[in-house]
Design a protein around this ligand. Structure first.
Ligand SMILES: Nc1ncnc2c1ncn2[C@@H]1O[C@H](COP(=O)(O)OP(=O)(O)OP(=O)(O)O)[C@@H](O)[C@H]1O
Length: 955
């Protein structure tokens, strides 16, 4: 039927036809179902066979598994567009985007058997309320289109398909979301957004230069998901901020209400019946439930927010979230309500009853409550699920029912307890049980507990959660430690209660905690002062001391800022002195990562200055000019160039000190007798480009091992230093970076992404590195071909971003020298096939045509060896042969074994056994183990001794 009537099926091959056609050439085919294409994991395997001549014409062959086939690519780094690849009837493939107007008809042939055309971006809206079907010039969005179709009209269409309808709606939603994300991903939209951490923003603000363009702060963002995109992290964060603003203004919310939906709602059931599809469950009519929920919830919210007030009185504001039950899919909403008049005990009592409703007065309510009441169970009903039998044969309820009778806890007392911190969290129960242990005459009284601090209780006692009692620890084979939640000094009473508990042994009640020398104080704060804990900033010392153990330096600084700003400590300078080292630990780490060669005490001093600056900047936001009584510490005084505080200063000082030295060094290298014509041509071309300002400023040096690549790069680095020009010498590999003058890894210089290569280089345009790059003259990148081209493009982006005055030139107009050997292995890209790796190599970058390529061919390492009298001519010859062989392998001209891709190494390079190899490399280790030169020639670098051991002995 589909083949006859469906226009799409007439143009393209169906799945069945594809299999049949494949079976024309093979007797049996295998179909693999991948759910993770990138890892090539085969999740299911189907087999299809050519139908027997006698079999029914509609049988395509025996499918051994009757699952639905699903091809799904979960790799987020792959292109997110979900294109459809179709085989045309006349042969050849056609790729259709997922948002193509025919996509729905292709994915849901049962719903659209005639191949109906769906939404396209040129559809226009009708004029509202116009009977003549007049069109406006406004485009119809995809969301509008699907909304229109989800509405129930006579006759019903999509709604009749049960589960398929659910699938279609889900798919429609994901398409709408996809199309919005695609729009957001467009470059023109994204270029407006930049990311910056608060510290970076502060750096930028501190600069007094008025002309600075603040729109350039931070790094560009690869994909910015704005808060207008529903449920994006920014959207949720904004909602959270709104709610926190209500909280700040009106305190904690007064009511937390949950509004649920019910599939038995009469209007839902009536609608299902009236649509003439009574067989369908409410699952398949979820649109009706959601619509009914929205209408009812609307009315509910209007009622709560009515200007004359609701049952609870007038409300300031409400904040809510709508969620869907994970299993039933039913919507429900949680609402927080801030009331103008705080709820009184009477109002609460009016709406919340902790009692079973009167059976005669409220029969329906009684029936409802009965359904959710626990029990009866235990001995009377030993078969109940919650009942288990103890070793002495007594049936007890696992949930602890029946609970002991609790006398009325008046709401006022409840309020007082919450305010005073007596009732809070689970700890409240454990704490009151601790008081019981100290009370003479109580059931759990234990003399031992009286000698303990509350935090030490777990060392000697265990807490029985069922009985809510502390008991002596029987097994002491392992030490148990207690932990109390950290409390910020801003939460005054809780903070002081906690403080008292860390000092008082054996308290019997909250009142006892507040009692000092026989006098009971009304607050824990007063008690702490009477105790001497809160007089001399002792509480802050304890608090900061705990924080320095538990939290990173940044958070200790934040706590210090809170204490200085909100708690009026007596002697903030003493607090600063005591904790400045721990508050600057992260700064110290940052300094140690920079190429500033400072002694440890100077590094520490510099870190403290930076921490001080951060704290003062934050205090200024709170209108506090400085840390009271603390002057800014002196930055360390050291000799040039180590006085530098920034990368720019460091390298400027380095040039000032060493440019003369580099001049001599360059001259020596340039006139070395081994210098060959190709090396000279390259060096001359770079120097020419620097001095004449030509447009060709990007060079690539192609050089096999031993041809003097590093030598030439260093020669040029000396030349630039002699000319007092800043350079950025980097290498893809750490070991290679060591052999370059002032070299560092490429990732370290450029803060390049390591795992997610879609991210930009994290260089703050207004930060230290941004300043350095603006003053930069040249970039050298050794072993460039070892990295995927994406990183070259990210480096280009970062350079252009920082040097906005030259942002239209490749590499922002800098002299850029890349070097590498394409014969060496291509970049390693996890889970990629050959074609993917190929497409990510440097020559496939759009920047590659800008490179002016040079090549070195002469192996100078051999020539150097020849001149060395200690090296035998045979060894030089052997090295020469090996170098040549390497070149043939790299060029792809090495002889291969018949019918394989395997290369045949010359016999001279091979050994037969592992022992022979070890003997060849380490044969005379016994006698030469103290010869460092011998050892360095044979050293194997490995992150772990274990790895090296496994490699050598086990592989
Ligand atoms: N023009 C030259 N004058 C004197 N020595 C040179 C010259 N060119 C290269 N050399 C020397 O040749 C040896 C090999 O050079 P270099 O290490 O620069 O090669 P490379 O191409 O970087 O090799 P690899 O890729 O294996 O590191 C070094 O000892 C270097 O000092």
């Amino acid at each position: 039927m589909i083949t006859d009537n469906n226009s799409i099926a007439q143009k393209f091959m169906t799945f069945g036809q594809t299999i049949l056609r494949a079976l024309d050439t093979a007797p049996q085919i295998r179909i693999e179902v991948h759910t993770d294409i990138s890892n090539k994991k085969v999740q299911k395997e189907l087999r299809a066979q050519r139908p027997q001549e006698s079999s029914h014409p509609h049988r395509y062959g025996e499918l051994l598994v009757d699952d639905i086939m699903l091809l799904k690519d979960d790799d987020p780094t792959h292109d997110a567009t979900r294109s459809l690849v179709m085989t045309k009837q006349q042969g050849g493939l056609q790729i259709l985007p997922a948002l193509h107007p025919l996509a729905d008809a292709m994915a849901y042939p049962l719903m659209f058997p005639y191949g109906t055309v769906g939404w396209d971006r040129y559809m226009l809206r009708y004029k509202p309320k116009s009977s003549s079907n007049e069109l406006t010039d406004k485009r119809l969005t995809m969301l509008d289109y699907y909304r229109f179709h989800v509405q129930r009209r006579d006759p019903l269409h999509v709604h009749l398909y049960g589960r398929l309808f659910q699938q279609w709606v889900t798919d429609a939603w994901s398409k709408v979301d996809d199309s919005h994300l695609q729009y957001l991903q467009e470059k023109s939209f994204q270029t407006h957004y930049r990311a910056i951490v608060a510290a970076g923003a502060m750096d930028a603000c501190r600069k007094s230069d008025d002309t600075e363009d603040c729109s350039k702060m931070g790094t560009p963002v690869t994909t910015y998901l704005p808060s207008s995109h529903e449920n994006s992290p920014r959207f949720l964060y904004e909602k959270l901020q709104d709610t926190m603003t209500y909280n700040r203004e009106w305190g904690n919310p007064d009511l937390f209400l949950t509004f649920t939906s019910n599939r038995e709602w009469p209007e839902v059931q009536a609608a299902i019946r009236s649509q003439g599809c009574p067989d369908h469950s409410t699952h398949d009519n979820f649109d009706l439930i959601v619509r009914a929920f929205v209408m009812r919830f609307d009315v509910f919210m209007k009622y709560l927010m009515h200007k004359d007030g609701s049952h609870y009185g007038k409300a300031h504001a409400a904040s809510w979230v709508v969620e869907f039950q994970p299993h039933s899919g039913l919507p429900h909403a949680h609402v927080m309500l801030w009331l103008e008049k705080k709820l009184t005990v009477e109002t609460i009592d009016r709406y919340i009853w902790a009692e079973i409703p009167d059976k005669t007065k409220y029969p329906r309510l009684y029936e409802e409550v009965k359904k959710v009441v626990h029990g009866p169970c235990g001995n009377a009903y030993p078969d109940r699920a919650c009942t288990s039998t103890t070793p002495d044969g007594v049936a007890v309820c696992e949930k602890g029912f029946p609970q002991p009778f609790t006398a009325d806890l008046p709401a006022k007392e409840l309020e007082r307890k919450i305010d005073s911190g007596e009732l809070n969290l689970q700890t409240g129960i454990e704490l009151t049980a601790f008081f019981d242990c100290n009370k003479k005459g109580s059931k759990t009284y234990d003399e031992k507990a009286g000698s303990l601090l509350y935090t030490d209780m777990p060392k000697e006692f265990t807490f029985d959660k069922q009985k809510k009692e502390w008991h002596r620890r029987v097994q002491k084979w392992r030490t148990s430690l207690g932990r109390m939640y950290f409390v910020n000094p801003k939460c005054e009473e809780r903070f002081y209660l906690r403080l008292m508990l860390t000092h008082i042994r054996g308290p019997t009640s909250y009142e006892d905690v507040r009692t000092v020398d026989g006098r009971t104080y009304t607050t824990f704060h007063e008690a702490a002062i009477a105790c001497g804990l809160a007089q001399n900033d002792q509480e802050y010392v304890i608090c900061l001391h705990e924080a320095e153990i538990l939290y990173p330096a940044r958070m200790v600084r934040n706590l210090f800022i809170t204490i200085v700003a909100h708690c009026q400590p007596g002697k903030p300078q003493e607090l600063w002195e005591q904790f400045k080292t721990s508050m600057s630990a992260d700064k110290l780490y940052g300094i140690q990562q920079q190429p500033l060669k400072l002694e440890l005490p100077q590094q520490e001093q510099l870190a403290i200055v930076k921490a001080y600056d951060d704290i003062v900047t934050a205090l200024k936001f709170m209108h506090i000019e400085e840390i009271p009584g603390v002057a800014r510490p002196e930055p360390p005084h050291v000799s040039d160039p180590q006085r530098s505080q920034t990368v720019l200063e460091y390298f400027s000082n380095d040039i000032a000190l060493n440019h003369k030295l580099s001049e001599t060094r360059f001259s020596e290298m340039y006139h070395s007798p081994l210098m060959n014509a190709k090396q000279r041509a390259f060096v001359d071309a770079v120097i020419m480009a620097t001095t004449t300002n030509t447009t060709s400023r990007m060079f690539f040096l192609h050089a096999p091992a031993g041809t003097g690549k590093t030598f030439v790069l260093n020669m040029l680095l000396h030349w630039f230093r002699s000319q007092q020009k800043l350079t950025m010498p980097m290498c893809s590999l750490g070991i290679g970076a060591l052999s370059l003058l002032n070299g560092r890894t490429m990732h370290s210089w450029m803060s390049a992404p390591v795992i997610d290569l879609t991210r930009p280089c994290a260089i703050q345009s207004h930060g230290e590195m941004g300043d350095f790059i603006r003053k930069l003259h040249q970039v050298t990148w050794d072993e460039m071909l070892k990295m995927p081209r994406t990183l070259l493009e990210k480096v280009d982006d970062a350079l252009r971003d920082c040097r906005s005055h030259q942002k239209d030139e490749p590499m922002a107009g800098l002299i850029f020298i890349g070097a590498g050997d394409s014969r060496q292995p291509a970049p390693i890209i996890a889970h990629s096939c050959f074609a993917q790796i190929q497409s990510l190599t440097m020559p496939n970058s759009q920047l590659w045509p800008n490179f002016h390529v040079f090549e070195l061919t002469e192996n100078i390492r051999l020539q150097v060896m020849l001149q060395n009298k200690d090296v035998s001519p045979e060894k030089v010859e052997r090295h020469g042969r090996w170098a040549k062989e390497l070149l043939t392998i790299g060029d792809g001209t090495a002889p291969t074994l018949p019918n394989t891709n395997r290369i045949r190494l010359s016999d001279e390079m091979c050994v037969d056994t592992r022992e022979e190899l070890i003997d060849f490399v380490y044969g005379d280790l016994d006698t030469r183990w103290s010869d460092t030169r011998y050892l360095t020639d044979r050293v194997i670098l490995a992150p772990h001794i274990r790895t090296a051991y496994r490699r050598i002995t086990c592989d």
